[in-house]
Design a protein around this ligand. Structure first.
Ligand code: SF4
Length: 477
């Protein structure tokens, strides 16, 4: 077996060997935008000759490059990042030739501080510097010191970089980056910058390339997806994009995340309802049901406007699955404000909700406001969660006995060995575990299965159809 030093030399001499320029592994923290950025990081590295490590190699730290793509939005983001980098110091002890790189929103925010606190990190790259990573790694190797590159301005849209996509049947396509809003709890505008939109033709060309490569489903991504086009003076651009996706041959499903209620226009609702391959799924962040708190959060809509959007969506698409994000315990939230959120959640009847206890993000205006005591926040969180869980369960139960069309994402579902289950999502995005009836064909990833829903779990549905009882099971490729 080669020593780490010998391996480093072999890599330098034989970049076309089985390890290429080196084996890499990317660990991703945070949202879909970060997951998609990691696909770009992988694409950039592989274009330079790096090879992906298997999970076993990553677990055994049999690696030449570890990349951490960080998130600044979640609670304790800084602690999590430094904790992970601290653990990764082991890699350098075992293999001094190996390199460590840190990117994403925390890298954008902390910059040189990362290299100072963790000098074993070789490269720190910002959210707008994914394409610079291989060069930084080469420089760090040559100069024997950490390299930091964090730009505040986007020179090229990240979508112009190559990507290694995690799924063949479903693809993420970024339509914009950054955000022009100034919500007082949010760090995104600081770390991602102002919104920049991609031209519609570029987005469509990427959608078509994904479909040509085997994707049947595309999710359009943006921090504020429906304000797409505003920066180009085209207020109807998002609805036009949805309708244009309807014309892409072979594209079965189009989803998008996340819209902002302020820019959710009637044109967008009409485009969703009238374009057959746009799914009736909507994740619309509410954040609070109290107008006073919405104002303090600097969210530009009010509760009645929010509810009126939901009404319009449901009138146009009675099967719409609408989910949300809510923050409990925002600074200054009184019991009355919280009750307004409880009332609104009861009226809105979201199919599901991500409920967060407010926690300050350093550098945001809300972090400096007077905080609600932790036990109060916890008690409110429990009350809201209990309410939402009852609503979510009622919604899932309403599927039982109905027919759903499921796109298969995984060939091994729950209790797979016992019931030959496969797993996918129905049109509204709900997870469904499908039992393949005896003697029926087993679907492949990306296939559509029309089946009768026979049960509802806590956050998923099951379909164990019995065709002899008239229950549906039909496969289409
Ligand atoms: S809309 Fe508000 S919460 Fe969403 S990314 Fe922009 S600033 Fe953050």
């Amino acid at each position: 077996m080669m020593t780490p030093a010998e391996r480093g030399m072999a890599l330098a001499e034989e970049p076309d060997g089985p390890r290429g320029k080196g084996l890499y592994y990317v660990r991703t923290l945070g949202c879909q935008m970060n997951v998609h950025d990691s696909e770009r990081i992988a694409g950039v590295l592989e274009a330079q000759g790096y090879r992906p490590a298997s999970l076993e190699q990553a677990r055994a730290l049999d690696l030449d490059l570890l990349v951490l793509n960080t998130c600044a939005v979640r609670e304790n983001a800084s602690k999590r990042m430094y904790g992970t980098i601290g653990k990764w110091a082991r890699l350098k002890q075992a293999n001094p030739q190996a390199q460590i790189a840190v990117g994403g929103c925390m890298a954008q925010k902390d910059r040189e501080r990362i290299a100072r606190r963790a000098p074993w990190v070789d490269a720190v790259f910002g959210t707008k510097n994914i394409g610079d990573l291989p060069g930084l790694l080469d420089r760090a190797r040559g100069q024997h010191r950490p390299q930091v590159q964090v730009s505040d301005r986007l020179s090229a849209f990240p979508a112009d970089l190559p990507a290694v996509r995690g799924s063949k049947s479903s693809a993420w396509v970024a339509i914009s980056v950054g955000c022009n809003n100034t919500c007082t709890f949010c760090i995104v505008p600081q770390v991602r910058g102002r919104e920049r939109d991609r031209p519609l033709g570029d987005v469509l060309a990427e959608v078509e390339r994904c479909v040509a490569a085997g994707a049947k489903e595309v999710t359009l991504l943006g921090q504020n997806v429906n304000s797409y086009g505003y920066s180009m003076g085209q207020r109807d651009a998002f609805s036009r994009l949805l309708r244009a996706c309807g014309g892409v041959e072979g594209l079965e499903r189009v989803r998008f995340t996340s819209p902002h209620p302020a820019a959710f226009t009637d044109e967008v609702i009409a485009a969703m309802a009238e374009t057959p391959n746009v799914m009736h799924q909507l994740h619309m962040p509410l954040q609070s049901g109290s107008d006073r708190i919405l104002r303090a959060m600097r969210r530009s809509y009010r509760s009645e406007r929010f509810l009126s959007i939901l009404d319009k969506v449901r009138r146009a698409m009675p099967d719409a699955q609408i989910s949300t994000d809510v923050i409990v315990g925002f600074p200054g939230e009184s019991e009355e404000d919280f009750q307004a959120t409880m009332d609104l959640m009861g009226r809105a009847r979201f199919s599901s909700a991500f409920i967060f206890e407010y926690s300050p993000r350093p550098g945001t205006p809300a972090a400096a406001m007077e905080q609600v005591p932790k036990p109060v926040v916890q008690e409110r969180f429990d009350r809201l969660l209990a309410l939402q869980e009852r609503i979510t369960q009622g919604n899932l139960d309403s599927f039982v006995g109905r027919r759903a069309e499921v796109m298969i994402a995984q060939r091994q579902g729950r209790r797979d060995g016992m019931t030959h289950r496969v797993t996918g999502r129905e049109r509204g995005g709900v997870l469904v575990h499908v039992g393949v009836p005896e003697g029926q064909p087993v679907p492949e990833v990306g296939d559509l299965v029309a089946c009768t829903i026979t049960g509802a779990g806590k956050h998923y549905l099951t379909a164990d159809p019995d065709p002899s009882q008239g229950q549906a099971y039909a496969l289409s490729h």
